[in-house]
Ligand binder design. Structure first.
Ligand SMILES: C[S@@+](CC[C@H](N)C(=O)[O-])C[C@H]1O[C@@H](n2cnc3c(N)ncnc32)[C@H](O)[C@@H]1O
Length: 488
């Protein structure tokens, strides 16, 4: 039941017929979507669900609620992400390319971050930030399951990030904390939290977040602002505020404009015609819960000056800085890692390839290096990131833990290993069918009886990595993280 205050609030903006149509959607069922992980699966046809394409997202599909894809082992293997269909429009609007340097400023739980990571190649980078510590950990887990090798996860305020990353990013997404009017069907609790004063509080916070984002965007960079709410204060009027406060920004046409409605210029004070280029996903007009999205470019007022490079940061002193980063890893620690890789390899000499770590995933940057946080070892995609003084949740792929005289591989490594490494038989692995009782046992944290090579082995489900186990030749001891284990 929608509060009266909210109904009269929306009634002042929408035309009577439009208002009726809008309100009627609250009596209808919500929509369900999943988005494929192109690094792990090429087409929705390979999934055992009846799927229907979502027009504005190439990897997005509607599914039937009764099919519960979130409970299938393929979900644990990171083959897809469960995401509300209209939310998929946001990362599509960012127009990220393989070498983009992207900041997702309000990123948890990671719907848009995982989508952005899908577009990046080995020269791209994603800094995914979340202000709340517990949510930042969930974000990190979701990016880990996705196998996002180019992602760093931070837990900072936008203002603190701006001190380290001045004019750093080619693309920034502000998927702002908002009053969540588009969540009402999906999450009835959101209705209880709605109030006019909360809308006002949200607008103030959105301005603060945008002000920090503006500082971190390179000239000629792209800023996407989005909300899952309908009122104009947090949407068109926020873009109007941005255009008047920062005149070097202009609104651009959305790459997904064909499928969605335009922004409502009449709901703003100055009536800039460009507000129409913003996008609205209305539940009465398409199959989705609703979203607002705007794409803005920061004009390069110094365009006639020498060209900027598109590298994450200046490569000056590159060699020295790389050495510095590598020095943090003691030779004995590096040796533990290398011994693990030697025993994990099937026949190929992976260490020969390990200078670039390409044996893990083809999208690992050639500059990537090992870094340790205490006894924990990570593969950092861009070792030159200015992370000093920032709370780092995940500097890169979590490779594992260095114990007294051995290395224990981590779940992050399992999830980052690319299918082609498995197909080429380069590493020890055992495959379980998604329909077997063994995969259920494995995901519950139980040992699996199966003849296999001794030592650390990757466990795969229908050929997709899902975690580690340690075999004595007959029984595989379970190393699936306790926090992820299923109950069933
Ligand atoms: C709409 S949600 C982000 C959803 C996410 N982009 C996704 O697709 O999964 C907004 C996020 O902003 C965070 N947030 C709240 N206050 C913030 C602030 N002052 N600065 C930055 N982020 C904030 C919230 O914790 C929340 O995780």
């Amino acid at each position: 039941m929608l509060p009266k205050e909210y109904l009269s609030f929306m009634q002042q903006f929408l035309l009577p017929a439009e208002f009726e149509e809008f309100i009627r959607t609250f009596a209808e069922n919500r929509t369900y979507g999943l988005r494929l992980n192109p690094q792990k699966i090429a087409s929705g046809q390979a999934l055992p669900f009846s799927l229907e394409p979502i027009p504005w997202c190439t990897a997005g599909y509607y599914y039937q609620e009764s099919e519960h894809p979130g409970r299938h082992p393929y979900h644990d293997a990171g083959l897809y992400y469960i995401q509300e269909p209209s939310a998929m429009a946001v990362a599509e609007s960012l127009g990220v390319t393989g070498s983009s340097v992207v900041l997702d400023l309000c990123a948890a739980p990671g719907g848009k971050s995982t989508q952005i990571a899908s577009f990046l190649g080995k020269h791209g980078l994603l800094v995914a930030n979340e202000i709340h510590p517990a949510r930042a950990r969930i974000l990190s887990e979701n990016l880990e399951r996705w196998g996002a090798v180019q992602a760093v996860v931070l837990n900072e305020t936008p203002q603190k990030l701006a001190r380290n990353f001045s004019e750093f990013f080619t693309h920034i997404l502000v998927d702002a904390p908002c009053s969540g009017e588009g969540m009402f069907r999906k999450d009835p609790e959101a209705i209880e939290h709605w109030s006019l004063s909360n809308v006002n509080m949200c607008t103030e916070r959105q301005k603060e977040i945008l002000a920090a984002a503006v500082q971190m965007l390179r000239p000629d960079g792209v800023l996407v602002y989005s909300t899952c709410t309908f009122n104009p204060y947090e949407n068109e009027q926020m873009i109007e505020w941005l255009l008047t406060t920062y005149p070097d920004f202009e609104v651009e046409i959305l790459p997904i404009a064909t499928w969605i409605s335009g922004g409502r210029t009449e709901w703003t004070e100055h009536k800039f015609p460009s507000i129409e280029k913003c996008g609205r996903l209305w539940p009465q007009k398409l199959k989705g819960e609703g979203h607002f999205v705007a794409r803005l470019r920061k004009l390069d007022t110094q365009a006639d000056k020498p060209m900027r490079t598109n590298t994450p940061i200046s490569r000056q002193n590159k060699k020295a800085r790389k050495q510095e980063a590598k020095l943090s890893l003691a030779a004995s620690q590096k040796k533990l890692w290398e011994t693990f890789v030697e025993t994990f390899a099937k026949e190929a000499n992976l260490l020969e390839e390990s200078a670039s770590f390409h044996w893990i995933h083809p999208c690992v940057n050639e500059d990537a290096c090992l870094v340790n946080y205490g006894e924990h070892l990570y593969l950092q995609h861009d070792p030159f990131l200015p992370l000093a003084g920032l709370k780092v949740v995940r500097p890169g792929v979590y490779l594992g833990q260095m114990k007294a005289n051995r290395f224990e591989p981590g779940h992050g490594l399992a999830m980052a290993i690319h299918n082609q490494v498995i197909q080429r038989q380069q590493i020890k692995h055992v495959n379980l069918s998604s329909e077997s009782s063994e995969i259920i046992s494995y995901l519950k944290g139980e040992s699996v009886t199966l003849a296999s090579d001794k030592g650390w082995t990757l466990v795969t489900v229908d050929g997709h990595s899902i975690g580690f186990g340690k075999s004595d030749g007959r029984i595989i001891k379970n190393h699936y993280p306790k926090s992820l284990r299923r109950q069933w």
